[in-house]
Design a protein around this ligand. Structure first.
Ligand SMILES: N[C@@H](CCC(=O)N[C@@H](CS)C(=O)NCC(=O)O)C(=O)O
Length: 378
């Protein structure tokens, strides 16, 4: 039997298979392939693990700022550099807060395709704000728009505590989901006050402020892409506008610009459709944008004051303004101004920001914590 099974008759290679054999083999391969793919997909989808949340940035190379914002009354002593995309809503929020408080800062425009200006950063998104503090060799790196804003606001409320110290109150959770890192800063909407501090706002007002800051990030932001890139033509028009306000001509080569404009418009047109369905926007996406604007106007009006913050904007006013400001040159923005009642509030907030109406904390000289020398190394 042995010899029979191993006889050359059984091992002669076949040149032709019957249809039956072809079908069986192909189905097995197909099944095996699909099984492996499904297993891999399922495994990847199911892979969620926490990662060490400390950021191992590389040494930050000097990059010539794309733009310098200078405000004479800034006495903070901080040298700030904002890594950004000019029309990213999260970056617009940060600029609204920096400008409102009258900070001087440098802007580094990041190339959204190559991201070469941000290669040193372990955190892959913009905005990133770097604060160099006179007298201290170490620079402080702030990541995530809401963390940046809350840290700055905490620091302005009490400058006897250093910026470096405030950053430690905003830890980051890093989760790897399906091979992709997700960053979360659980405290990001909280301002850190001293126990002894006399606060101008009530706990209810602070909670309201946090609620609407979150709304700007989690709801209003999702109205932008489907509206700004509603049609191919609007997407192209938006990217041409971005290239002007982002001064891409100054910062990027001709080829880089063309790639970003045409590839960007195409990708964002598709993304707009995906996001429309993901966030369940109405068929007429403009209507969802108008609904959001109306909701905000109604809330501000309930307070019977010019801003949600009262006589002056609070962080929610600045956040909502920043998000809308990111599409200011797009048809979606013009339509929202024309078809809702948000215009007067928007223009009031813009004036308050442009006039640095929140600059009073910065008019005083830097506090000792800003210029504290590091103890000499032994
Ligand atoms: N939660 C973050 C979101 C920042 C964010 O998503 N930024 C986008 C630009 S609008 C980004 O950098 N995406 C990564 C990329 O462009 O590769 C924040 O508030 O700062």
């Amino acid at each position: 039997m042995f010899s029979r099974n191993f006889s050359s008759k059984y091992f002669r290679p076949k040149l032709f298979w019957s249809w039956n054999q072809v079908a069986t083999s192909s189905s097995s391969i197909l099944l095996l392939g699909t099984g492996t793919a499904l297993f891999y997909y399922y495994y990847k989808i199911k892979t969620v693990y926490a990662e060490d949340s400390s950021f191992e940035d590389k040494e930050r190379p000097f990059v010539k700022p794309s733009r310098e914002v200078r405000v004479d009354t800034d006495n903070s002593g901080l040298k700030l550099t904002l890594y950004q995309y000019q029309t990213c809503p999260f970056c617009c929020k940060v600029r609204a807060v920096l400008d409102y408080h009258g900070f001087s800062y440098d802007v580094v425009e990041v190339n959204s395709i190559t991201k070469k200006q941000l290669k040193w950063s372990a955190y892959p998104k913009v905005p990133v704000l770097v604060a160099e503090i006179p007298g201290i060799q170490k620079e402080v790196v702030l990541r995530d728009s809401s963390v940046i804003i809350s840290t700055i606001e905490s620091y302005l409320s009490d400058r006897s505590t250093s910026l470096e110290k405030y950053v430690t109150f905003y830890p980051c959770d890093v989760e790897v989901i399906s091979g992709k890192k997700k960053f979360d800063f659980p405290n990001k909407y909280f301002i850190m006050y001293q126990d002894t501090q006399d606060l101008a706002s009530t706990p209810k007002q602070r909670s309201e402020e946090r609620k609407w800051r979150r709304w700007a990030d989690d709801h209003l932001v999702h109205m932008l892409s489907p509206n700004a890139y509603r049609t191919g033509q609007e997407a192209l028009q938006a990217f041409h506008y971005f290239s002007v306000v982002g001064e891409w001509e100054k910062n990027f080569s001709f080829m880089e610009r063309q790639v970003v404009i045409y590839a960007g418009a195409f990708v964002m047109y598709i993304m707009g459709k995906i996001l429309k369905s993901k966030y369940k926007l109405k068929d007429d996406v403009r209507q969802s944008l108008y609904d959001a604007c109306d909701e905000w106007v109604k809330t501000v009006r309930q307070g019977k004051q010019p801003f949600l913050g009262g006589s002056q904007p609070n962080l929610a006013d600045l956040a909502v303004y920043g998000v809308l400001n990111s599409i200011e040159g797009c048809s979606a923005f013009e339509d929202a101004m024309r078809n809702t009642k948000i215009g007067p509030w928007y223009n009031r907030t813009k004036t308050a920001i442009q006039q640095h109406q929140g600059c009073h904390p910065l008019n005083t000289k830097a506090s000792p914590s800003d210029v504290k020398k590091e103890p000499p190394k032994k």
